[in-house]
Design a protein around this ligand. Sequence first.
Ligand SMILES: [Zn+2]
Length: 322
Amino acid sequence: MKKFFSLSIVACVSLFGFKNISYSNEIKSSSLKIETTIPYLKDLVSKASCDSKSFQVNSIISMGNDPHTFHITPANRVAIAKADIIVLIGSGLENWLTKIKRTKNQTWLNVTESMILRKLSESEMSSHNHDHDHGHDHSHDHDHQHLEYDPHIWQSPSLTKEALLKISATLIKLKPDEKKNIESCTQDYIKNIDENIVELKKLSQSISEEKRVIATNHDALGYFAKEFGFKIYSIVGLSDESAPTAAQLKKIISQLKKDKINTVFLESTGNMRNIQTVAKEANVKIGGTLYSDSLGAKDSGAETAPDMWRTNMNTIVSALKK
Ligand SMILES: [Zn+2]
């Protein structure tokens, strides 16, 4: 009897011991750390796997922040070094990532690689690339953006589907056990996007074609405009940072009059003071604020890409209908 007890105790200890070891191994091997650069990508990773616990996903740039003026912190560097997967937009949006060395066994997914992107016009390039130039010495090392192609794929339903499929394929490659779940979650989200496209096209067509013009001072909405049948009007010569001179203002106002622009839109990121000045001086209406460079915060109605398209479409349509 005594012998039986001692044997049972040994068995219990070794069983628990084994259980503890296998449990910690399970945690380590079952959950992959994913760092995405912007909340839009974080949302796509979460949706591609229906928030599976196999993936711990984070966004380096937090909600509502401007990806064009982001500066990396030491804490971001630590998080990137520890990640199994880095998901980025690419096409020059995240220049701050180019100097970071990839650690061994890390997967980097550049979602715009081999995508057919919209080429930016000269004026669009200067409105983006000069965001940081004011007051800086050009020779010093800075994360300037030099964009040639439009990186704002979060404003494109068709490119969002492409990005989602790339993310999905990467997750499956690294977690083959989750294949079934990932494939079905991805297809559900694609269906959701397709349903949104149909509804939003109907909404845009509810206003007459000549009224379908989105006027802003930074061309974040090029893809959205193209896919939903709007013209983009960019207010040339208006910078985000320095106030327009009297001569610039005069030129912008006469251009708006000539082009019969009577509504301009503000954007959720960036400095909107200058466009408000232009609207006031040119006596044009402000049609509302559009989510341009970031998804919206909780309860904003723009927490995911399809929600953002819908919220923006409602703002645009109700302003242009009047
Ligand atoms: Zn932008």
